[in-house]
Design a protein around this ligand. Structure first.
Ligand code: G4P
Length: 551
């Protein structure tokens, strides 16, 4: 009877929907949000900062990094953070530019790569794929791209570090097309690379933007000389070989490359491509302007009752991330909520779908770099930080009006596995409490062995740091010194057909059978090769899924 429930739900929503308040529509249409996907070192921190510079949110670059460093000096919250010299916390940065409200969802990116990086993409309407021009596609970008594809997110490609030795621009486009099956449309085109990187050809206007090196080392906006194609000065400014190459390549692109179709961008089938050097501010402004023009405004979200449009007048949203101890002075937890519809107001009362309880959303915050500001109101597309200790779990739906539930956020295929042992039996209670709370927060996934008889929980994560943070927090917050015993597996697959499918195939070799928190069967493999081998030898096992939604 799913369809009649669905119809009933939709009817109620339709009733409530007419007519959508006009100011919602106006607010939604000026909002754009995105997350950057990249491999460490491609320049995400640098690009973030330069986007803030060109977005008018900061006046001099260097501030974000400097503030991050200053925080290391003063923060006492996590010695681990200091030891590793990295930033574990991350934020949603908001800035206003050219009539738009832009939210940059900062995905943790370094050694701290973890499930949060994936989850952040669940809250984004657009992704910026940042690529190092000298390296092309790299592993972390590939993994994150898969999540974008699953969500059909529009992808904007920024090819960075053109001031360094770079692969051929055509070769880079080819790599994206072949490997990701994604059509490309170069919006601008580089003139030279490395020491000879002179500027960009901006195709929509047939203009050449030539960069002038200045003394600010990228802390101020770059000076650019804009000349239209055909201006005789160009031949004086651009060396003959580069000019000729540019002419040929533009001709080729115009002849064979797909045109820029907004619909295809929004379907995640075509990526607009930009070249530049974030460090030198080259190409950042062209990128930001085009991004604002082509990016998708906050869209609808599928819920149990059907699509929730952003201008549905009731407030709805979901928790995509929980973060503990962001502020060293208050050992608190912040739940990050993506607003999907209606209007958020400070102090409003909402229903929490999982528990059916009412929650007052007090002390809501938006983030600007490391600073917090209290938010009074918010609309679809916004990200709001809520301080309601231990109220929320990852994937929670909150709403006003008719009950709706958004599907949870998938557990992404973990790649690291480790038994967690409590060597001190007198700490049993604290151990269980810590494990349950940290699990609810989504700090790691937990699995239990089925075939070995061992009862210690198996921690599963996508990044090593998730383990270290967990170990650290078990000690500092729950007083339990846990021991970790790594397991030699690197791939997990959920058996879609459940236990009956496993029974059908009988004894399995080259993998371990475990169950997830909800008791569903999961197989652990040493590598992808063992997965294919099992599929080939025991096809009756059915589908093996790399991730699973909470039941
Ligand atoms: P990430 O967050 O993606 O890890 O990268 P991040 O911005 O920290 O940049 C990684 C390194 O690449 C930094 O150098 C940064 O200065 C450099 N970089 C970023 N964009 C460009 C660019 O357009 N051209 C060139 N040549 N380099 C770029 P670092 O030496 O590791 O750090 P720093 O001392 O410069 O801060």
């Amino acid at each position: 009877n799913d369809s009649s429930t669905l119809r009933k739900g939709l009817m109620e929503i339709d009733k409530a929907c007419s007519p959508p308040p006009e100011d919602y529509t106006k607010e939604i249409s000026r909002r754009r949000n995105f997350a950057i996907i990249s491999h460490p070192d491609a320049g995400k921190t640098t690009l973030t900062e330069k986007l803030l510079l060109y977005g008018g949110a900061i006046h001099e670059a260097g501030a974000v990094k400097a503030r991050r460093a200053a925080r290391h000096a003063t923060s006492d919250w996590m010695d681990l953070e200091k030891q590793r010299g990295i930033s574990i916390t991350s934020t949603a940065l908001v800035f206003e530019t050219e009539g738009h409200q832009v939210t940059l969802l900062d995905t943790p990116g370094h050694q701290d790569f973890g499930e949060d990086t994936y989850r952040t993409l669940a809250a984004a309407d657009n992704a910026v794929m940042l690529i190092d021009a000298g390296k092309g596609l790299e592993p972390q970008t590939r993994k994150l791209f898969e999540v974008c594809r699953m969500r059909k997110l529009p992808i904007f490609t920024f090819i960075n570090k053109m001031d360094r030795p770079a692969l051929e621009a055509l070769e880079l486009l080819d790599e994206i097309e072949k490997e990701f099956g994604l059509s490309t449309h170069a919006v601008n085109w580089p003139i030279g690379s490395g020491d000879r990187f002179m500027g960009l050809y901006y195709r929509p206007k047939d203009e050449v933007h030539l960069f002038e090196k200045d003394q600010s080392h990228g802390s101020k906006e770059a000076t650019v000389c804009v000349l239209s194609w055909g201006n005789p000065l160009l031949k004086e400014r651009i060396p003959e070989d580069l000019y000729q190459q540019l002419e040929e390549e533009i001709e080729l692109l115009d002849a064979v490359a797909p045109s820029l179709e907004l619909e295809k961008i929004h379907e995640g089938e075509l990526t607009p491509v930009f070249f530049g050097s974030a460090m030198n501010n080259f190409g950042v402004k062209l990128f930001l302007d085009s991004f604002l023009k082509y990016a998708q405004q906050p869209g609808p979200h599928m819920a149990d009752v059907g699509l929730i449009e952003p201008n549905y007048p009731e407030f709805t949203g979901f928790v995509f991330k929980l973060q503990a101890n962001m502020d060293p002075k208050h050992r608190d937890k912040v739940a990050f909520v993506r607003v999907c519809s209606g209007q958020f107001t400070k102090g409003m009362k909402v229903q929490l779908a999982r528990t059916g309880k009412q929650v007052a959303l007090t002390r809501p915050q938006k983030m600007f770099a490391q600073d917090r500001m209290t938010v009074e109101t918010g609309f679809a597309g916004d990200v709001i930080g809520l301080n309601n200790p231990n109220t929320f779990a990852i994937g929670d739906t909150i709403y006003t009006g008719t009950r709706i539930v958004f599907p949870g956020i998938p557990s992404f295929s973990p790649e690291l596995f480790s038994y967690m042992r409590n060597p001190n039996p007198s700490k049993y209670k604290q151990f269980q409490k810590g494990l349950t709370e940290l699990l609810g927060e989504g700090a790691v996934q937990v699995l239990y062995s089925v075939d070995s008889g061992r009862t210690d929980p198996i921690l599963a994560a996508v990044g090593q740091l998730q383990f270290e943070v967990l170990q650290y927090r078990m000690l500092s917050e729950y007083g339990v010194e846990v021991q970790l015993e790594p397991l030699g597996y690197s791939v997990a697959r959920w058996v879609t057909g459940g236990w009956p499918a496993l029974q059908r195939v009988g004894k399995l070799y080259n993998c371990a059978t475990v169950k997830d928190w909800w008791g569903r069967p999961v197989l652990l493999f040493r590598n992808e090769w063992s997965v294919s081998q099992l599929k080939a030898e025991s096809s009756e096992i059915g589908e093996l899924a790399p991730y699973a939604l909470p039941p």
